[in-house]
Every structure is written in C-alpha cells, then in structure tokens.
Design a protein around this ligand. Structure first.
Ligand code: GLN
Length: 195
C-alpha cells in the first residue's frame, strides 16, 4: 500500500505546522499552491490565516474551480479557522469579493467572537472521536469564525458555550480553532484515520 499524501494548501497562513503534523503521523505532506500540485493527493488540509487573502490567492492561482470540483467529487478535507470559512456555504461579515469553496452546509461569521476576545483557549470534549472529559483537547482560537448555523447532515463534534466549533459532514471536517498549534495530534490523527 502506498503512503497517503495529504495536500496542505500553502498560499498563506499557518500551513507549516500542518505539514509537520501530517509528517509526524507518517503520511506524506505536500504543499499545494497550483492546480498541478493536486495530482495524486488523497486528502486536503485548508489552514488558518486570512480567508480573504487566501480566497484572492486561490483565484489568482486558478485554484478555486479545481478545488471545488475535487471536493464535490468526494475529496476529504479538514479546514481549520480560515479553512473552515473557505469551506462554508455561507459567510457573514465577509469581504464582498471573498470567494467561497462553499462545500459545507454551515453558516459562519468571520471574527464572530468579536475583537475584544481576539484569542482564547478552551478544553474540548469530542466524544464521537473518543476525546473525553479526562483528556480534553486544548483548542486555540485566533480571531475565530463563529458557526451560526449548521445544515442537514452536519454533525457537531464539539461545542464551546453552545456554539459548534468542530463539525463534520461526510468526508469534510472543519474546526473554528487551530489544532496544529498544540502538540496534541489527536484531531489530525482522527482525520487521517477517516481516510
Ligand atoms: N479571521 C480570519 C479570517 O476571517 C481567520 C483567522 C484564523 O484563521 N486564525 O480569515
């Protein structure tokens, strides 16, 4: 069996730590910048950063349509923070020229936790992935999107104060936080195990 290759969108933002995380779990990581980088990729990670800048760079690199087509065809994707915003069907408080991949039926509000609480951390239990109270996942939120609605077929895997922060719909995972910024690899492992 060949080793799984995970494409990590590397146009902007926090992609380097995702690459390290994927490699530490024994998969191949490939920095993806251009359509040809997608050849032979088994799954994708969309990192945090600035969803506005990322979406403009996707357009400039002719990546938007190839990515949409792959995801619509069933490519597994894990989007984190800005990556969650890119995956979302509906974005509130986005820039008018911000482009969505729009493959995950959720509504997110950019910077939805407000500027006062630009960053915070929270302990998450994720029972569906076996992350229970005794060993919660420490989640780092940085100008995070707030999930304001989830559509049909979207499973809420974790919440903070009643708001979904980790969701899944079939092969698509999305986190409002940055799982790559802590040494805990359990969420990356869960994604790889889902492939
Ligand atoms: N606020 C950023 C955006 O709207 C996301 C922040 C992040 O990815 N840490 O794109």
């Amino acid at each position: 069996m060949t080793t799984t290759t995970i494409g990590v969108l590397a146009l902007q933002g926090a992609f380097q730590r995702h690459i390290q995380a994927v490699e530490s779990l024994g998969a191949n990581a490939r920095a993806v910048r251009l359509p040809e980088d997608l050849d032979g990729v088994d799954a994708l990670m969309l990192p945090g950063g600035e969803s506005t800048a990322m979406s403009l760079l996707l357009g400039a690199n002719a990546m938007t349509d190839p990515l949409r087509a792959l995801i619509a065809d069933g490519m597994p994707v894990f989007g984190t923070c800005a990556g969650m915003i890119l995956l979302a069907e509906k974005v509130l408080d986005g820039r008018p020229d911000q482009v969505q991949l729009a493959q995950l039926p959720i509504t997110v509000r950019r910077n939805g936790y407000g500027r006062q609480v630009a960053s915070f951390e929270a302990d998450l239990v994720v029972p569906a992935l076996g992350l229970e109270d005794d060993e919660p996942f420490r989640a780092v939120f940085i100008r995070a999107p707030k999930v304001e609605a989830v559509g049909q077929g979207v499973e809420v895997l974790a919440e903070v104060d009643g708001d979904p922060v980790l969701v899944r719909s079939g092969p698509l995972f999305a986190a409002a936080f940055h799982p790559e910024l802590t040494p805990d690899m359990r969420l990356h492992r869960a994604f790889l195990n889902s492939l």
